[in-house]
Design a protein around this ligand. Sequence first.
Ligand SMILES: C[S@@+](CC[C@H](N)C(=O)[O-])C[C@H]1O[C@@H](n2cnc3c(N)ncnc32)[C@H](O)[C@@H]1O
Length: 206
Amino acid sequence: MYATFIFPRLMDWLLRGERFQTERRQLLASAQGVVLEIGFGTGLNLPHYPPTVTALHTVEPATLLPDRVARRVANAPFPVHVRQQSAEILPYAGGMFDCAVSTFTLCTIPDPCAALREVRRVLKPEGRFLFLEHGRSDDLSIARWQDRLNPLQRVVACGCNLNRRIDQLVVQAGLRLEHLDRYALPGVPRIGGEMYRGSACANGPA
Ligand SMILES: C[S@@+](CC[C@H](N)C(=O)[O-])C[C@H]1O[C@@H](n2cnc3c(N)ncnc32)[C@H](O)[C@@H]1O
């Protein structure tokens, strides 16, 4: 009941706040060509893709507010191909995408490293992975609180983890980190607002 009806509405409301929209627009400004988005959620990135995007393929395992998502997809100025699917095994040929995107999703995917290895596989060699995620703090006292509160967060936020080191996951998956911004999201408690925004290239170390 909570996961199906309440949480998706709460998530959609929280993540479409003005500050989040600014963050999304900033990240997606460099998206181009054929794009893959993992953990599509309720489609909140759609209005922020620039005109350089020609098509979007999305994977999302959950059924979240389907009418709302359908309306957002119908308003997109490019074709959107939606699949109900987890990101750990992607149903695409290797080297198919110019760009891949993850926003507020690597915290929740059960095996983020497997998903990122798949992202690397389906990107063209010169393709870019753009990410905007919250994760583990560099401040030890905050990180300790993130560890303490993580079991509760996983229940309340349907599998979301507070304490993942997003940059390390990206590198472990064989992507080459090109750019990383670390900052605290204003107005959000530090345990959930420690941000990792960046880009990585598919042609990283083997
Ligand atoms: C906090 S929501 C973020 C949604 C969206 N990316 C956004 O920015 O609004 C996390 C999303 O990750 C999705 N997710 C969970 N497990 C996943 C998996 N194995 N593969 C892909 N997405 C997954 C959830 O269903 C949910 O839609």
